[in-house]
Design a protein around this ligand. Structure first.
Ligand code: 13P
Length: 252
């Protein structure tokens, strides 16, 4: 388990053949030049997880992730997918609390607390997302907004902190082409680490990823910041060359 992580959130993109092709291209590029010390995570739509996990099987440093999981363990929840099912399909990571899910599916802190519990029970590594809106940033309440979103993780027992990953994704930077500056991102990452460390020593080592219009041109400046441990990549993760270049953008 590396503390540097680059994860591709494919969102609702790629049919079956496109997904297999994209993963294959990414693996070919990784084979051509290994990236030691970096975990690369591919998070396709649910239906492609077992196929992508099969392609990644036996490889070091590459993992399959899901984009969500149910807050329930099992039972009469039509259309839901449990953390345990994702684990059995080959997922090792699960993205939780993405702003698109908070905004479009009204996910709240109570539900996200349960999703975190389900993820840990299933031995999935959560990538827990937070990030303020443009109004919150402009109004100066961005730190408070992120702190509120982090309540589900701040309440976790300390032993889970070694498996937790945080992603800071300012909503105004997602899919807009407007990236947070390295200084803006670093300031928030340092705030998040300090906030989570206040009563838990383990928090010092939590990987905190940046997401929001991160691409192969701006990743190096972002990843050079001391509290930015990688990226959660949307649009650029759908282009194999850009995505692998981002994963190569850590300072040596
Ligand atoms: P973009 O990289 O497309 O801005 O998306 C970021 C994101 O939402 C990753 O989860």
């Amino acid at each position: 388990m590396n503390s540097k992580i680059v994860a591709g959130n494919w969102k609702m993109n790629c049919d079956r053949s496109e997904a297999a092709r994209l993963a294959g291209e990414i693996l070919d590029l990784l084979d051509a030049q290994d990236i030691p010390g970096v975990d690369v995570v591919l998070a396709p739509p649910y239906v492609h997880i077992s196929e992508i996990a099969g392609l990644l099987e036996g490889r070091r440093g590459t993992f399959t992730g899901a984009q969500n999981c149910s807050m329930h363990q099992k039972g009469a929840y039509t259309g839901e997918i449990s953390a345990q099912m994702l684990k059995s399909a080959g997922a090792r990571y699960v993205i939780l609390g993405h702003s698109e899910r908070r905004r479009d599916f009204h996910e709240n802190n109570g539900q996200l607390t349960q999703k975190l519990e389900r993820a840990f029970e299933a031995d999935l590594r959560p990538i827990f997302c937070c990030g303020e809106s443009l109004d919150e940033r402009d109004g100066g309440s961005h730190f408070d907004a992120v702190k509120t979103q982090l309540e589900p993780v701040a309440g976790l027992p300390a032993e889970f902190f070694s498996k937790l990953v945080i992603a800071y994704e300012p909503v105004w930077a997602i899919g807009t082409g407007r990236t947070a500056t390295p200084d803006q991102a670093q300031e928030m990452h340092a705030f998040i680490r300090k906030h989570l460390s206040s009563d838990k020593d383990h928090a010092a080592g939590i990987p905190i990823l940046y997401g929001g219009s991160c691409n192969d041109s701006n990743a190096a400046a972002l990843f050079a910041q001391p509290d930015i441990n990688g990226g959660l990549i949307g649009g650029a993760s759908l282009k194999a060359g850009s995505f692998v270049q981002i994963a190569r953008s850590f300072p040596s």
